[in-house]
Design a protein around this ligand. Sequence first.
Ligand code: FAD
Length: 301
Amino acid sequence: MTGEATQTLEMHERMPNFDYEAPTTLKAALELLARPGEVRPLAGGTDIIDQLKNNRRNADLVVDMKRVPELLKLEMNGVGLRIGSAVSCSAVHKFTSTHGIFPALSEASELVGSVHIQNRASIGGNVCNAAPSADTIPALLIHEAVAHTASASGGREIPLIDFFAGPGQTVLEKGEILKELLLPSPSKQTASAYLRFIPRNEMDIAVAGVGSLIEVDPANGIVTRARIALASVAPTPVRAYAAEELLEGAVIDAATIDKIADLAVEAAVPITDVRGSAEYRKELIRVLTKRTLNICLERLA
Ligand SMILES: Cc1cc2nc3c(=O)[nH]c(=O)nc-3n(C[C@H](O)[C@H](O)[C@H](O)COP(=O)(O)OP(=O)(O)OC[C@H]3O[C@@H](n4cnc5c(N)ncnc54)[C@H](O)[C@@H]3O)c2cc1C
């Protein structure tokens, strides 16, 4: 047997057995998800397949969400942007960039892996995988996304900041799925931006990421709303509340941005790992906060 064949065999040996269903209605999906045992939703599969293969998750049944029409809706209405949980990152990037809306989300969804990954990977999967490094989460947080869930017994509305329980963990209960994310429409005087740092140009996990949003009163230049969210610097994605508070009511200039960046660093409780030390990550938060705020200012000019 060649080395390559042995490798392939080992890979298959590692993939555990599980049943697979691909329902075409939400009702059927929720009935399957309510079954006893370990039942896992699959959207793009770019996280879950690898996790199953490497025994980091187990499953008796995998339920494919990509054929459920309710989970594939992507629309802008009078209230805001509605993103079905199985909508791909590519679709979200195309929609938001074409309409010139939610720029931070547009930028983040274009950063997830490669084009091939973005075509499969969903925004909902990025959220439900709950990695502290997930790129779309800070962008969703600054745009005040609300998670709408569904289960056989009903549904809940959860502000996205309350959705995460730890690395890889959400507050979803057994049989409950993320149905869609709703992002309220921002005012015209609002700008947002997302930046991350990775050592390579692409296909890497954020060492740190920052999403910033500001709404500025054009009459006096005062910031009326500020949101700053951080990736990869805590067990869950975090909001930099103290930085937001200082920014709201202030006129944004270079000195203010320096102070805001210092406060954003205080919201970070990073670990040291192979990708970077805690100190390095804090410094990245400082730099990325300044850069994203400056991009917001350019976008408002
Ligand atoms: C090569 C490569 C590069 C990557 N690069 C990046 C990157 O740069 N940035 C980044 O953030 N991520 C990256 N990822 C991770 C991954 O692509 C993203 O997290 C992606 O958005 C996951 O979406 P998915 O649809 O594939 O999720 P899946 O793998 O299908 O699911 C992920 C998790 O969410 C659960 N789930 C899915 N849908 C639902 C639902 N509706 N309700 C409840 N639970 C649900 C699944 O059970 C699973 O636990 C990369 C992955 C690969 C393989």
